[in-house]
Design a protein around this ligand. Structure first.
Ligand code: 5CA
Length: 439
């Protein structure tokens, strides 16, 4: 992509309304624009990151055996009356009346609708277990939408729902999601710690929030330091095997959000030098709630001995759009965003230091072509602006690699390759730089 033709409206000034760094950087880098309170348009650069995050989430859901479908954003109020949540959900739910005076709503979550879909076609234990998910926009009329995409009113969520014959089956599904969440966040370069949490309006009595540690997080969290060190990607996961030992390894150490925190237990279970008391961002939340929805909605299956029982369910959410902000909170410096490679909007930023110089532009065009040919996503700054502005913009948008080509270097037979993460620079030949970036 040529920057001269790319719609990336960066801002020089720091927007006054943005209180936290990810919100500031997303606005400054031209990733999002506010449409109204808590509702955002995703501009091309931001949309690329959103799509990459969504794809990692999807791959890990599929790997764990879940199947993707797509449910609508608008739902009928009737279903929510049956579960009792139409009134219970309160003013957070956006209620709509259609032209026939039918009451509808913009879905804040989908337990009712998926239970209805399941119930219409599954009647027997033979069709269990199932895990069905979608990645869809939600609306919650939050009292205080803030921090940009971190607490929006409209936001993109991955929500998965599991169906099992009994508690043991449901716990297996819960464990699969538990492990798949650890992998999902680790693949984005994030360290997410599962913590015991309140279940709120989703319900049930077993639930974990997945929290990444960040000073700007909305939750206060307490945990054992070892949990920060565990590396889940080092282990090969077999989703057909018993995952309980792995889950136990994580859940046997103290980790709770403030609403579940017990000071005495924390001090008893965790040695003083291992206590972590920080703030954190909730990027995922998993729930087991048994028959809370299948009972009132009548989602019954026959058991092997012919009885009819309500199916046991869980639901598993990931804040896909929130993650874009959360990754930035976890990975930035004074100059801007520092994208972890797996979610970066482009891999390489190619900077032409002097577009008016024929030889320099020729070298840049050659490099641009070679990188694209090799399948590397590259953003080529071919604009006719000062070098300082190019450097500042490239640092701001935080692509993992910068390839800087200028006439003076070319005279010496070198270009500069800069790694955004630590600013390490090398002067090497263009051929070696390309070999490095395409290797
Ligand atoms: N039905 C369940 C799980 S599928 C559910 O809705 N869970 S939730 O309420 O915990 O939301 C799941 C995830 O969505 C949260 O962990 C959080 O990462 C994200 N999320 C929730 N509210 C917002 C919001 N207002 N803005 C951005 N992301 C949000």
């Amino acid at each position: 992509m040529r920057l001269s033709a790319y719609f990336m409206p960066t801002l020089k000034e720091t927007p006054a309304e943005a209180q936290i760094v990810s919100h500031r950087l997303m606005l400054r880098a031209g990733m999002i624009r506010q449409a109204s309170a808590g509702i955002y348009s995703w501009l091309p650069l931001g949309f690329r990151v959103l799509k990459r995050i969504e794809q990692i989430v999807r791959e890990e859901q599929d790997r764990a055996g879940a199947q993707e479908l797509l449910m609508p954003t608008i739902q009928s109020a009737d279903l929510w009356r049956q579960s009792g949540r139409y009134d219970a959900y309160g003013p957070e739910m956006l209620r709509i009346t259609d032209r026939h005076e039918r009451e509808m709503l913009y879905g804040p979550t989908n337990e009712e609708l998926i239970t209805e879909i399941f119930k219409a076609s599954v009647k027997s234990y033979r069709d269990l277990p199932r895990m069905l998910y979608h990645i869809q926009w939600k609306f919650r009329d939050e009292v205080r939408p803030r921090f940009g995409v971190m607490r929006g009113r409209e936001f993109l969520m991955k929500d998965n729902y599991s169906f099992d014959l009994d508690y043991d089956g449901a716990k297996r599904a819960y464990n699969k999601m538990f492990v798949s969440y650890l992998r999902t966040f680790a693949r984005m370069g994030l360290k997410a710690i599962p913590m015991e949490a309140e279940t709120g309006p989703i319900g049930g009595n077993l639930s974990h929030e997945f929290i990444i540690l960040a000073d700007t997080g909305e939750s206060e969290v307490f945990c054992h330091r070892d949990l920060v060190e565990f590396d889940v990607l080092a282990t090969e996961i077999d989703y057909d095997a018993d995952l309980a030992p792995l889950v136990d390894r994580w859940t046997s150490l103290y980790a709770r959000t403030d609403d579940k925190h017990d000071k005495a237990a924390f001090e008893r279970e965790v040695p003083a030098d291992m206590r972590v008391h920080r703030r954190g961002i909730e990027v995922g939340h998993i729930f087991y709630f048994g028959t809370k929805y299948s009972d009132p909605l009548g989602a019954l299956v026959t058991t092997p001995n012919g009885d009819q029982v309500a199916v046991h369910m869980g639901s598993y959410g990931i804040g896909v759009s929130r993650l874009v902000g959360a990754v930035i909170e976890a990975s930035h410096d004074d100059n801007g965003i520092v994208w972890p490679e797996p979610v970066a909007p482009f891999e390489v930023g190619l900077i032409n230091l002097k577009t008016a110089d024929g030889a320099c532009s020729k070298a840049c065009e050659g490099a641009y072509g070679a990188l694209r040919e090799a399948g590397v996503e590259v953003l080529y700054d071919d604009r006719d602006v000062r070098a300082g502005e190019k450097f500042a913009d490239m640092d701001l948008i935080g692509l993992p690699w910068q390839l800087v080509i200028g006439p003076r270097g070319l005279d010496k037979g070198v270009v500069e390759l800069k790694r955004r993460r630590d600013g390490a620079r090398e002067e090497i030949s263009l051929e070696s730089a390309l070999a490095r970036l395409t290797g």
